[in-house]
Design a protein around this ligand. Sequence first.
Ligand code: HEC
Length: 208
Amino acid sequence: MKLKLSTYIVATFGAAFGLASCSASGDFPGLEYAPQMYHSVAYEPLTQITDEDEGSWLSSREDGKGEFYNSNPNNPHGMNMREPAPNTVPRNNRGLLPYRKSVADLEGAAGVENPIELNDEVMSQGQQLYIQYCATCHGSQGEGDGKAGEVIGGVANLKGGAYIDLPEGHIFHVITHGKGRMGAHASQISIERRWKIVHYVKQEIQKQ
Ligand code: HEC
């Protein structure tokens, strides 16, 4: 059978175009034929399907049985996510432990040291956070003369008398849980940021 030249041209360009359209570029992730041949199927966290039929459509096993991607046979009860080992506590990505009231009340808090290393950057972040969260009541210089503080009344003068000697852990505790008429700030300010504010209060506001 004789084919016209134009047929060859169309076929060649068609094939080239067809292949090229599969490849990934820019924001286009490309098309893959039978992706389950290349990618392992991850366990789906927080699910636990134990019905064999549920997983059967994913199966590449010869017997066509479900592979239970939603249940991990190595874990108790087929769980995909294990519970943490007993008595372990989570740390954040800076290695800081969570701060719990039950662990340290106000007196106990006095002994807790500031885990954040003091440097210029921390000081300027602490200043910014102090202005953002504390100055409204305590005033920009900490003298208890912030605008909102006037309304509330009785705001502690952080530069005055006994407040000067407050341990860092005590200030952290007060920011975290509040005290008297000052509310808790734990939900608004992360642990790390609270300690930065503490640095700023001790180093700058209470500078003697
Ligand atoms: C809404 C107003 C308000 C804000 C915002 C506020 N405070 Fe206070 N703060 C107070 C008041 C009022 C008191 C006095 C509490 C009392 O003894 O009843 C106080 C007391 C304190 C004390 C003394 C605690 C003690 O042992 O007596 C410290 C330290 C303190 N604040 C730090 C801060 C820091 C740091 C921030 C910012 C994260 C902050 N405060 C934000 C109102 C505020």
